[in-house]
Design a protein around this ligand. Structure first.
Ligand SMILES: [Zn+2]
Length: 259
């Protein structure tokens, strides 16, 4: 029979992830929700996370990339040690950046079940958070829109943009159907809550963001209201697919539109 110490050692795992949510568990402990490169979304019980010692405080913060060494339990992992790899410190200095990052975090958390690995989602999230962190506020909505569209694509919900989803016609595409996830032509348009007008330049923007390779994108300083309109359309698409309301979207709208 194996000694107990070997049993515990065999349960240790090293995982690299982005901290997306923190929940107080006790006076000194937190449960972190982390999207890891290896295993997707996991919960990590972090005892003494609030004590400022040996860098523990730094690795228990939102919007950091951390290498965790954890014990795997049935419901969650228990933190053994951790190392801070990257902190997006600029996100907390601007309310616009914080709203964008909070929205991205919620979109990711709601789009995946626990332990559903997707390295592309991990890399996309790290990339967009980094861009929002490093650039000024004017780029935040453009990168949020890029994120949302690319996440829809990798989860299998890329919008159909080349023809009408009802009749197949390739011209007069003037509306977007958020339930069917595609364009609708003028002739097929009927009044409905899930049909929204869309401009040719918006279709071009969406097509470009869906297809451009990361690191080659040219995100210009975008008109906040135009971007938020497109984010609204695709947020509605996403909510319909995941059957959840993304509350952080309301905060983003309030900031951008002053409503
Ligand atoms: Zn049509």
């Amino acid at each position: 029979m194996k000694p107990a110490i070997f049993f515990w050692c065999s349960m240790l795992k090293t995982l690299t992830g982005i901290v997306l949510k923190e929940t107080d568990y006790s006076n000194s402990s937190k449960i972190l929700t982390v999207f890891t490169k290896e295993e997707g979304k996991i919960s990590v019980m972090y005892k003494s996370a609030k004590q400022y010692k040996k860098g523990a405080y730094a690795t228990a913060q939102l919007f950091t990339i951390v290498e965790f060494v954890c014990y795997e339990g049935r419901k969650f992992y228990t933190h053994a040690s951790s190392q801070l790899l990257k902190a997006y410190r600029g996100l907390k200095d601007s309310i616009v950046k914080l709203a964008a990052a909070s929205y991205i975090a919620q979109v990711l958390l709601y789009s995946y079940e626990e332990k559903q690995p997707d390295e592309r989602a991990f890399l996309l999230t790290a990339y967009c958070l980094n861009k929002i962190d490093k650039n000024n506020d004017a780029y935040a909505m453009g990168y949020t829109l890029l994120y949302l569209l690319k996440l829809l694509a990798i989860t299998g919900y890329a919008p159909l943009l080349n023809r009408c989803i009802d009749c197949g016609k390739e011209s007069s595409l003037q509306y977007f159907d958020t339930i069917q996830g595609g364009l609708v032509c003028r002739d097929c348009h009927t009044a409905g809550n899930h049909l929204h007008a869309i401009q040719p330049e918006d279709i071009h923007t969406v097509y470009y963001l869906l297809n451009v390779a990361l690191n080659e994108e040219n995100i210009e300083k975008t008109d906040g209201k135009r971007s938020i309109y497109l984010i609204k359309l695709f947020n509605e698409c996403l909510e319909d697919k995941i059957l959840k309301k993304i509350a952080a979207f309301d905060f983003l709208v309030t900031l951008t539109c002053g409503e």
